[in-house]
Design a protein around this ligand. Structure first.
Ligand code: NAP
Length: 354
């Protein structure tokens, strides 16, 4: 699909997606694409022909668009956009190759292992006039947009503090993606970016911007004795204007994976902030106006008509349709700040990758 202006009344062509890699999140994205309004799944590429076949059968992809190599997928003329869903250290090569092959690219988070890698990807997107986005899917969901409205319209007064966690417990597997440093293991790069990017989004609203970078950040945590990746981490942040945040992540403990947003006149609980919902249906924000009982919040229901990843695919498709290289829900500068924050958090724990 070319990036050409389209009349608001004309039927919009669907963006044709090829998925690169056949792991866990690739399957989730493929399933959600079936509910997307402006996107459709047409192709898959894998390092292995067998995996590509299996994935294609599961998700109804035609055999002519089933590729046992990256090159095969990138040469597929029916693919407009590639969703890169390999482990983080493999993103650079695939993203740059896809952009150079003329595909638009949505890449899983963290998009890169270093700021230099990110710069190379953004340069390739610029040089090839393609759309590039890091896949922070929650940014595209109507629940996040409603939360932003509530904070902006003063429902909780002036924003003061944000708390967020994303932590779960998994069994130790030294070869697994979460534990193996060569595969980008560690909680900060896997899930720490969620509460960090959430805090940056909300703090940016308080400053009248789309995002903000913390002026100070103090991180502490634990590194695994054998593989050296972080297994538990927390950080306190302070933004310009005095907004603060506490964020946590990990792979050793289940935490209450919610976001709380505090202002001078109340606070909001986001019970399901990241994945939001796996399908269409209602989600809830709990608004506690100042002085009201904690047990009886005002429940604000947000209806979703698609899965979370379908919203992400459609937000991306809309940017492609408009001929924009950046998707407003997560601009390149915003991505840069999220990655810089995660890498700095890692560095403060004594963890470096590149
Ligand atoms: N947005 C979200 O909700 C979300 C959730 C989970 C993960 N993620 C992100 O998505 C990416 C993939 O995570 P995942 O949980 O889907 O991982 P996964 O289940 O381990 O799958 C990764 C896939 O990448 C491909 N791959 C390419 N080179 C590889 C290598 N050297 N070692 C292992 N696999 C390799 C493999 O597919 P082939 O064999 O087909 O090539 C593999 O199945 C990560 O960057 C992660 O942070 C995002």
């Amino acid at each position: 699909m070319d990036a050409s202006p389209i009349s608001p009344t004309a039927p919009q062509p669907r963006l044709r997606w090829g998925i690169l890699s056949t792991g866990r999140i690739a399957g989730v994205f493929a399933r959600d694409l079936a509910t997307a309004k402006h996107s459709e799944l047409v192709a898959v590429g894998s390092r292995s022909g067998e995996s590509a076949q299996r994935f294609a059968q599961e998700h109804g992809i035609d055999t002519t668009h089933t590729h046992g190599s990256i090159d095969g997928l990138l040469a597929d003329a029916d693919v407009d956009a590639v969703y890169v869903a390999s482990p983080h250290p493999m993103h650079l090569e695939s993203v740059v190759a896809a952009l150079e092959a003329g595909k638009h690219v949505l890449c899983e988070k963290p998009i890169a292992m270093s700021l230099a890698e990110l710069d190379a990807m953004q340069a390739a997107a610029r040089a090839n006039d393609r759309t590039l986005m890091e896949a922070w899917m929650y940014r595209c969901h109507p629940q996040t947009k409603r939360l932003v409205e509530l904070v902006c319209d003063g429902s909780i007064g002036e924003l003061r503090h944000i708390q967020g966690a994303f932590s779960f417990a998994v069994d130790y597997d030294p070869a697994g993606r979460l534990w193996n440093k060569a595969l980008g293991g560690g909680g900060i790069l896997d899930v720490g970016g969620y509460p960090l990017s959430y805090a940056r989004l909300l703090a940016g609203l308080a400053n009248g911007e789309g995002f903000a970078d913390p002026e100070t950040m103090a991180g502490v945590g634990l590194l695994h004795a054998e593989t050296g990746v972080d297994t538990h981490a927390t950080a306190v942040l302070q933004f310009r204007g005095g907004v603060t945040a506490e964020i946590a992540c990990g792979t050793l403990s289940h935490q209450q994976n919610v976001v709380r947003v505090y202002g001078t006149k109340g606070w909001i609980l986001v019970p399901s902030p990241y994945v939001v919902r796996r399908d269409a249906g209602p989600t809830q924000l709990h608004l506690h106006r100042g002085g009201e009982s904690e047990e009886t919040p005002e429940v604000i229901t947000v209806m979703a008509d698609r899965g979370t990843y379908a919203y992400e695919a459609d937000a991306f498709a809309a940017a492609v349709r408009r001929g924009e290289s950046e998707v407003p829900e997560c601009t390149w500068a915003d991505t840069h700040g999220n990655l810089r924050g995660q890498l700095e958090w890692c560095r403060q724990l004594g963890l470096t990758y590149v």
